[in-house]
Structure formats: structure tokens, C-alpha cells
Design a protein around this ligand. Structure first.
Ligand code: TXA
Ligand code: MG
Length: 326
């Protein structure tokens, strides 16, 4: 069987027959299964080693599918979908009884999103099914932003990888819960809070920073430790302060992840600069691949410099906080 390629018809056919397809989206690669097929969805959890209390996002290729997925579709959800779909926004709304409890971890709500990547959209439309898809990585680890990342970590356990090149956004979707006319941020992501607030003229409450590692929580998948490299990662406010301490410890190999170049970079064995010009959108696109390279550089520790807490910087800081060892 073809293990990797860009054959959308083949990928859609596999999904229709209950197989697992990892596929490119504009955010990160997803590991997809027919959301209405419980044994296929169960395999997604098994392959990722994902706990069953962490709900999956359901992907759709056509808004005509919405009534089959949700129980209620608030006017605010409709407005947000019109503004941001296809795109990196997941809307959590009351679920349609046809969606298996396995998909939503027993919650009465379902997260739905229409991705923007042309291959993902074409595959979803051909399959003509709702596709449950978490990020295509082992649970708790770094999200994959190119097909090679998926092959490295999940390899033969996936029936096909639909290779759409590197992900253009590079961070998972922003997750919003919609309750009537109120909107709550569950996970910062590929669409900034500023852009959403501006589009709908509503201030958004957020609880993602306080969500703890136990149930019940508003976004059960938002574990305090997540998105983690194997190398211990520490988040710092200033590279200068840490470089001073490190310069006395020459027998250890330390890595640095920073938005822009630093005069202190010479103290580190490996350095990843996310955007030389300080552009947060470019930084997001490089984020997970840069962390992965540092993780593979044989370092004893990775230091990550906190990003400006605005726009996509907020989502990257959230991922860094969860990746950090303490
Ligand atoms: O960009 C993305 O969202 C990617 C691509 C593949 O679409 N998917 C992704 O899925 O990041 P995953 O499984 O890694 O993260 C899904 C998270 C859950 O961990 C949880 O925090 C939230 O979305 N979520 C999903 N359904 C929910 C629900 N019904 N209620 C609250 N949170 C939900
Ligand atoms: Mg994930």
C-alpha cells in the first residue's frame, strides 16, 4: 500500500473504509478517522496513546454538514464560521446525538472546524464524512508540522499520510466555546484573540491558563504538561540573565529558542531563531519544527525565551508553558 503521497481520492477512500489517514492542515498535521465509526476512532486513541478523557475535534469540508454534527448552532457560531472558516478556528457547541461519546470524551459538546489547506478540504469533501482528527503525534509530544514528523513518530501505524508540505500556520487551531451569545477561549491558537474580538465586537473570556490536570475542566485536553520535547525545557524572560549563568558551565550543552537573534547566543550549543525580523506569524510557522530540531540536538537542556504576549505570541507562550518541566 502507498504509505505517503498527495492522492486525495485514495485518502478519502481509506477514510470511508474505516482506515486512519494523517493529513496536512494549515495548522498541524491531523490523524483522521470517520467520526461516525467508533472502531476507527478507537484506533486513533490507541495509536496516539491518548487518554479517553481528551475529546477530538471533528473536521468538515462543507457547512452543509453542520446540522448533522451539532444540536444547536448559535447565531454567534454562524458569524464566527463566516469570518474564519475555512481556517484555524474550532467552535465548541452542543453535540448532535449521532456523534459518538468516544469522540467528545463523554461531553455534551463537540468541537468542529473546517480546515483551510486545499488537500485537507478536497479530501474532506470527497470523503463526505465528518473526520475526527487530533494532531498526528504521540499524546503529550510536539505537534507535527510536516509529513516527515508524522512518519518519524507514528510511522507504520497510520494507513496513509496525505503530504501537503509544511503547515503554513504551524500552531493548532484556536478553540472557542460558544454558549448562546457568550464566547469563551479554551485554547489560544492559530487565529489571534485580537482578530476574533475585532471581527465580532465581543470581549472574550479565557480560562485556559487556569485549567488544571483533572476532570472536569472546560477544555479537558489542555493538560498543564503537554506539547513537550524529551529534553527538559525551561522558559525564561531574558536571554541575557540566563547566558550569564551559563557561561560558567561549559561542560553542559544548552539550547536556545528565541524570537530574534541575541548577542548572547554564543553561550549556547544550538540556537533556533524563530523570526529574525520579530514577526510572530513567521515565528509560529517555525515553532514546532525548531523545537523538534533542538530536541534532536543532544542537548541537556533547552531554554526558551518567552515571546511577546500578543497575537500568535500568546499561543506560543501557552505551548511553551505546557512544554516546560517546571
Ligand atoms: O489545529 C487543530 O486543531 C489540529 C488540526 C489537526 O485540526 N487538531 C488538534 O487536535 O490540535 P488535538 O486533539 O491535538 O486538540 C484538540 C483539543 C482537545 O485537547 C481539547 O482541548 C479541545 O481541542 N476540544 C475538543 N473538543 C472539545 C470539547 N467538546 N470541549 C472542550 N474542548 C474540546
Ligand atoms: Mg494535540
Amino acid at each position: 500500500m502507498k504509505a505517503i503521497g498527495n492522492d486525495v481520492e485514495f485518502a478519502a477512500g481509506l477514510l470511508r473504509s474505516g482506515k486512519l489517514v494523517a493529513f496536512a492542515t494549515e495548522t498541524v498535521y491531523g490523524l483522521g478517522a470517520n467520526a461516525w465509526n467508533e472502531s476507527a476512532v478507537a484506533r486513533v486513541f490507541a495509536v496516539k496513546n491518548r487518554p479517553h478523557f481528551d475529546p477530538l475535534i471533528v473536521h468538515l469540508g462543507d457547512t452543509a454538514m453542520i446540522p448533522f454534527l451539532v444540536q444547536e448552532w448559535p447565531e454567534l457560531a454562524q458569524r464566527l464560521a463566516e469570518c474564519f472558516w475555512p481556517g484555524p478556528l474550532t467552535l465548541v457547541v452542543p453535540k448532535n446525538p449521532s456523534i459518538p461519546d468516544l469522540v467528545t470524551a463523554g461531553l455534551p459538546t463537540v468541537g468542529i472546524r473546517m480546515p483551510q489547506h486545499p488537500l485537507a478540504l478536497a479530501m474532506l469533501r470527497l470523503a463526505n464524512l465528518p473526520i475526527a482528527a487530533p494532531s498526528a503525534n504521540p499524546f503529550g509530544r510536539l505537534s507535527p508540522t510536516c509529513a516527515e514528523h508524522v512518519q518519524e513518530s507514528l510511522g507504520a501505524q497510520v494507513d496513509y499520510v496525505l503530504d501537503g508540505g509544511p503547515c503554513s500556520v504551524g500552531l493548532e487551531s484556536t478553540v472557542l466555546r460558544i454558549e448562546g451569545a457568550s464566547v469563551h477561549l479554551l485554547r489560544p491558537g492559530g487565529i489571534s484573540l485580537e482578530a476574533i474580538e475585532q471581527a465580532i465586537g465581543v470581549t472574550i473570556a479565557s480560562s485556559y491558563e487556569t485549567t488544571a490536570d483533572h476532570e472536569p475542566s472546560p477544555a479537558p485536553g489542555m493538560m498543564t504538561h503537554h506539547y513537550a520535547p524529551l529534553t527538559p525545557l525551561h522558559v525564561v524572560d531574558s536571554v541575557a540573565a540566563i547566558a550569564e549563568v551559563l557561561s560558567g558551565d561549559s561542560h553542559q550543552r544548552f539550547g536556545l529558542l528565541a524570537l530574534t537573534d541575541s548577542a548572547h547566543a554564543q553561550h549556547f550549543a544550538a540556537v533556533e531563531i524563530l523570526s529574525p525580523g520579530g514577526d510572530l506569524t513567521q515565528a509560529a510557522a517555525n515553532f514546532f519544527a525548531a523545537l523538534r530540531r533542538l530536541d534532536q540536538a543532544g542537548l541537556s537542556r533547552i531554554y526558551a525565551a518567552r515571546l511577546p504576549n500578543e497575537g500568535l505570541g500568546r499561543a506560543m507562550n501557552d505551548r511553551l508553558r505546557r512544554a516546560a518541566v517546571g
